[in-house]
Write a protein that binds this ligand. Sequence first.
Ligand SMILES: [Fe+2]
Length: 239
Amino acid sequence: MDASVSSAHLTGMLASSRARTLELIVDLGPEELLGPQLDIVNPLLWEIGHIGWFHEHFILRRLDGRDPIRADADALYDSMRVPHWTRWDLPLPSLEETLDYLRRVHDALVARLQERMPTAEESFLYQLTTYHEDMHAEAFTYTRQTLGRREPSFAAASCLPQPTGALPGDVEVPGGSFRLGSSPGAPFVFDNRSGRIRSPHRPRPGHLRHENRRSRSPWSPTRSARSGLLRETKYASIG
Ligand SMILES: [Fe+2]
């Protein structure tokens, strides 16, 4: 937490993250925003409000000591206090009201950036809460897929070449080493990604499988890095 980041950069991060969030939710109807109760996903309507709460909680309330924008925000969206299985039964505001909450939090975050250069602590917290929103964008994506919703459309995708069909055969991955973890002096890093590890990779034929389990790589990361890596979702080659 020792580097300040410019207000312009943080404002751009907020805008970019929010644009992706909106792209992932705006085409969904009220039923689709709740969906069936499952252990592996959240109700999307709850999750949208939760990302606004997270920004507000860490910056506007804990840092600035402001009153909550919504009196019911903690009771609805505090993920440490609201058990997962209860989130479908909460008196959640409509999507319009939820997006209004997000807008009000966003406007307050941007307004305080315009007043002065953010401190290192503020820079850290803005990045923390924005990357948190990005992580929920990943969750919105896999939730849509899990529930069989249609594929989301992204503005940036319109610039890409049109798909031409499935790729044939396996993917060849060259051998070598890659860096895992952050570079020294990075302006922001999650604690489970701190440190810098060189990981050897031996090429083996086979597909790439997306998995989320204990790493079997032959390197020996530090204890803190290892505990973080166990929570990481990563790609590994299988035979
Ligand atoms: Fe979260």
